[in-house]
Design a protein around this ligand. Structure first.
Ligand SMILES: Cc1cc2nc3c(=O)[nH]c(=O)nc-3n(C[C@H](O)[C@H](O)[C@H](O)COP(=O)(O)O)c2cc1C
Length: 214
């Protein structure tokens, strides 16, 4: 198994890229039993400190566990058929207390600072505390909180904490209307901006300041 590198906070923002990802989110219930579920709605919603958000449904094990324990761990899988098959298994509605990691044949790895485990087969992990939840749209629950620890397979980032795209192989979910489709999100292109008005200069200045602070 590839060694996991603990990443310092200054690298967490660059580790969660692109900013919205397919994820398997682990939680534990009030008795400490682990649960895993798949989420296509997992998004990095703040740079510094890094916050992650996702939506689930009221009454789901993930929702109950997050409300009971205030913790969740985000695991980002690769765009790899064998892992995505397991992502689909974790999307099934198993009874409360059933460990989806065992059902899917995934390996639990203890997290560093929270109880929900990391999933060894995923190269990137974000351990989070719940800061707020919001019910909306008749039964949906949005969950949001800061990252308190992050780790990564040692072969999947460079020495400055930037992801190696062909190693992390980020995936998006096509969404429920497509049922079983996944989009590869790791083909990159560095793009010019053919406009040099004052807005461009202001943007660059702001970006430079932000990157310096990060
Ligand atoms: C690829 C994939 C993506 C999913 N994304 C979401 C999502 O973003 N939000 C959601 O509420 N359910 C999503 N689901 C469905 C949940 O994973 C499913 O409801 C699961 O049973 C929840 O498990 P739990 O009861 O253990 O929390 C997704 C399922 C799959 C397979």
């Amino acid at each position: 198994m590839v060694k996991k590198l603990d990443q310092p906070p200054k690298y967490w923002d660059r580790l969660f890229a692109p900013s919205s990802c397919l994820a398997m989110i682990t939680t534990v219930d009030a008795e400490g039993r682990p649960n895993a579920a798949s989420y296509g709605t997992c998004t990095r919603v703040n740079h510094d400190p890094v916050y992650i958000s996702f939506t689930t449904s009221v009454g789901k094990d993930t929702a109950n566990n997050v409300l009971a324990t205030g913790e969740f761990t985000v695991n980002l899988p690769r765009w790899e058929r064998s892992v995505l098959e397991k992502v689909r298994i974790c999307g099934l509605a198993f009874a409360p207390g059933v460990n989806e990691l065992e059902k899917a044949g995934l390996t639990a790895l203890p997290a560093k600072l929270v109880k929900p485990p990391r999933i060894a087969e995923c190269p990137r992990h974000f351990e989070c505390k719940v800061e707020w939840t919001k019910e909306f749209a008749n039964g949906r629950l949005m969950v949001c909180g800061p990252v308190v620890a992050a780790s990564v397979d040692e072969d999947s980032v460079d020495k400055d904490g930037y992801v190696l795209w062909d190693r992390v192989m980020s995936a998006h979910y096509t969404g429920a209307p497509y049922s079983n489709g996944f989009v590869a999100a790791f083909q990159t292109m560095w793009v010019d901006r053919p406009y040099d008005g004052p807005e461009a200069a202001a943007y660059d200045q702001n970006e430079k300041k932000m990157l310096k602070e990060l």
